[in-house]
Structure formats: structure tokens, C-alpha cells
Design a protein around this ligand. Sequence first.
Ligand code: HEC
Length: 174
Amino acid sequence: MKTVHAAAVVAAAAATLCATLFAAHAIAADKPAANPNASPIYGVTIPEGYRKWELVAPALEHEPLNELRTVVGNQIAIDAYKSGKLPFPDGAVLVKLAWKFTQSPDFPSALIPGKATTVQVMVKDSKKYAASGGWGYGRFIDGKPADLAQHQTCFACHNSLVKDRDYVFTRLAP
Ligand code: HEC
């Protein structure tokens, strides 16, 4: 009788331990650790498949950056550009790719993309990003988000110069 009782106590204790561990796990799962691939402030990540998106426009940046840039958009963004209606609808995403330009080894007057520098992203979600004109921002270097200080500059500059174009600089290339 005594053995049975002891076994029951052990079983009960084990069950309690399991329940406790399970509860702790459930709480931990409720609060996922911050995604290391997401930008600070906004939680924006590099959108999948963006290298296949349609061209909005290229840009050339002089000294001191000396960069070639290309802005591409997802279908929602491209449709909005083509319709000419602002603001961009929720779900629009713009990505800017940038490279240091370098001399073409094949042709004297040609500059070509050299080292990739940043990938920058703007995601339209008018509710989630209401405090920053409806856009969430992300700057990535070698696939990893840049620091907090850099992300504190995005909205300020876009807001001060192109607020009237829904905070977007790049126009659809003719
Ligand atoms: C000092 C001004 C300035 C700051 C700060 C800035 N941008 Fe921009 N951004 C521009 C300009 C100008 C363009 C137009 C394209 C170009 O010249 O490269 C641009 C273009 C973009 C584009 C393409 C869509 C568009 O508006 O043309 C994205 C995406 C973008 N920036 C993201 C960011 C992110 C993310 C940050 C912060 C980490 C940021 N920008 C900070 C000036 C700025």
C-alpha cells in the first residue's frame, strides 16, 4: 500500500512539473524574441522575391556616395504608380537596391555596379505605421538590418522633402 502511495505522489509531482514546464513554454511562445532580420522601430524585413519585381526607376548618386540605385516595386506599388493615384494603398512595397559604381573594364565611358551597399525597403500599412506617414522603413546591409540610429532618420527626410507625394521620392521612369 505504501509503495502504491509513493508511486502516486511521484506521478502527481511529475504531472505538476510537466504542467509548469508547459505553461512556461506557452508564455515564452507568446512573446517571440525580436526577429534579428527585422528593422528596428518598424519590424520591416527584406521581402521575398524582390529581385524579380518591376522597375520603378534607376538613380545615380554623386559624391560622396558614388552609387547606382534601382527602385523596384511589388504589383500593388506598380499599379498605384501607373494609375497615378496617391496615397499608395496598403500592401504596396518599394525596394531600393544600391551599389558603389565602378569603371567598366570593357568600355571607357560606362559605369557599372560594383559592391552592393544597402537594400532599403518601404512597406505601406496605414494603420500599423500611422506615426510615420503610413510607411514602415528598413535598411539592410549584407542582409542584416542597420542600427536604430539609422532608422531614426528615414521618416524625417522623406517627410521633409516629399510628403506631398506620399513620402516617396522616386517617380516612375518614362
Ligand atoms: C537625407 C534624406 C534621406 C534619408 C535620411 C533616407 N532617405 Fe530614403 N530616399 C531618399 C532619396 C533622395 C530617395 C530617392 C532615390 C535616391 O536618390 O536614391 C530615397 C528613396 C528611398 C526608397 C525608394 C522609394 C522612394 O521614396 O523613392 C526607399 C525604399 C528608401 N528611400 C528607404 C529609406 C530608409 C529605409 C531610410 C532609413 C534607414 C531612408 N530611406 C532614409 C532620401 C533619404
